[in-house]
Design a protein around this ligand. Structure first.
Ligand SMILES: Nc1ncnc2c1ncn2[C@@H]1O[C@H](COP(=O)(O)OP(=O)(O)OP(=O)(O)O)[C@@H](O)[C@H]1O
Ligand SMILES: [Mg+2]
Length: 361
């Protein structure tokens, strides 16, 4: 069962198409994230679900009911945007209770629910304060309490953490996930921050230029990017030109520019044919660096020259030169990092590679 269904929705602004035909099933109780770079249509999609924008084409159903013509206040949604937008002249309790005002909820019931909502966001004692007397993170929790007090069937969150500083963002994302799990509210979260999307979501919808590029659980979109765009957008990837030289049984062999031959399990590629030009994608953290002296053990190994070391504390990011090719590797530092000018042995497990069609961008 899915609580929200988008069927071929399109949004055009004049001659410009912000969202191309898009279909999506959002399962009940799930936390899904629309992820993509600025301008890819995330907010537009969310606003169509909310009823703040009419789709140019297509249907939206919530809980089986077509809602295209239903105004926002009849859709039973909780909405939190980037700027928390609390009413400055109302107390926190009045802000949180706002959504109950027009729902015929008694004073006692309202007070009870405000108390419960403030407890849920772990701010039980601020009901009498005004928004200006709270920190940014606290205000955002209050905005969340205000959104969920009406027991919405869907919670819509548009970059709710982006106004917060980095540390607070990380705390809040754990908090938000806890609240979502505790309440079980179906949640649609919008972000352009890949780490937020990967950490929080049951399902990630990667968007680019108004189109859905891939839908899948975080591990799936990260480990099995469907396109070069996703490989570049999520994580740090090495993307190398290669030619398929052999397809046999369960394996394929590639001739990788500057690297030589590598044989991979066939399931790391989508239907590649012999002689086809392809792209080989290897995540930076999947390039395992070893001292040059380490004996090869049958895994695909090559030599590279360390050109730059970006020291990050527990890990380091290395820029490596291999002939005309530059590679990036991110490795944990066990004792001391490799040094600039050192030649290292680079190992890759074939099952950590992804092969994409050569023509994709
Ligand atoms: N009312 C409008 N009129 C014309 N164009 C619009 C309108 N609203 C959005 N757009 C355009 O539609 C595209 C998608 O915008 P949208 O706000 O959905 O992007 P987004 O993915 O949310 O980006 P961001 O991460 O910057 O918030 C953009 O190119 C934007 O300029
Ligand atoms: Mg937006």
């Amino acid at each position: 069962m899915s609580v929200v269904n988008l069927t071929n929705i399109v949004k055009r602004f004049g001659a410009f198409t912000a969202v191309h035909p898009m279909s999506l099933e959002i399962p009940e109780g799930s936390f899904i994230t629309l992820l993509g770079p600025s301008g890819c249509g995330k907010t537009t999609t969310l606003r169509m679900i909310a009823g703040l924008l009419d789709p140019t084409e297509g249907d939206i159903t919530i809980g089986g009911e077509r809602v295209n013509e239903l105004p926002i206040h009849k859709r039973n949604l909780g909405i939190v945007f980037q700027n928390y937008a609390l009413f400055p002249h109302k107390t926190v309790a009045q802000n949180v209770a706002f959504g109950l005002k027009y729902r015929g909820v008694s004073k006692e019931e309202s007070a009870k629910r405000v108390k419960a909502a403030l407890e849920l966001v772990q701010l039980p004692n601020v009901g009498d304060r005004y928004p200006a007397q709270l920190s940014g993170g606290q205000q955002q929790r209050i905005a969340l309490a205000r959104a969920i007090i009406i027991e919405p069937s869907v919670l819509l969150l548009d970059e709710p953490l982006s106004a917060l500083d980095a540390n607070l963002r990380e705390d809040m994302r754990i908090e938000l996930k806890r609240i979502q799990q505790q309440t079980g509210i179906t949640t649609v979260f919008v972000t352009h921050d890949q780490s937020e999307a990967l950490a929080m979501s049951d399902l990630v919808i990667v968007m680019s230029e108004g189109r859905v590029e891939q839908v899948g659980p975080p591990e799936e979109v990260y480990n099995n990017p469907a396109s070069e765009f996703i490989a570049r957008f999520l994580g740090t990837s090495n993307i190398l030109d290669a030619r398929c030289t052999e397809v046999s049984g369960d394996s394929i062999t590639l001739d990788v520019s500057g690297m030589g031959a590598i044989t991979l399990p066939k399931n790391r590629s989508r239907d590649v044919k012999e002689e086809e030009q392809v792209k080989l994608v290897i995540r930076a953290e999947k390039l395992n660096l070893l001292p040059q002296s380490a004996a090869a053990d049958g895994r695909f190994a090559i030599e590279g020259l360390v050109e730059t070391v970006d020291y990050q504390g527990q890990a380091a990011r290395y820029f490596l030169r291999m002939g005309t090719t530059q590679l990036q590797a991110i490795n944990m530092i066990e004792t001391t990092p490799f040094s600039v000018g050192e030649t290292v042995s680079i190992r890759v497990r074939p099952e950590d590679c992804v092969v994409l069609p050569g023509g994709t961008t």
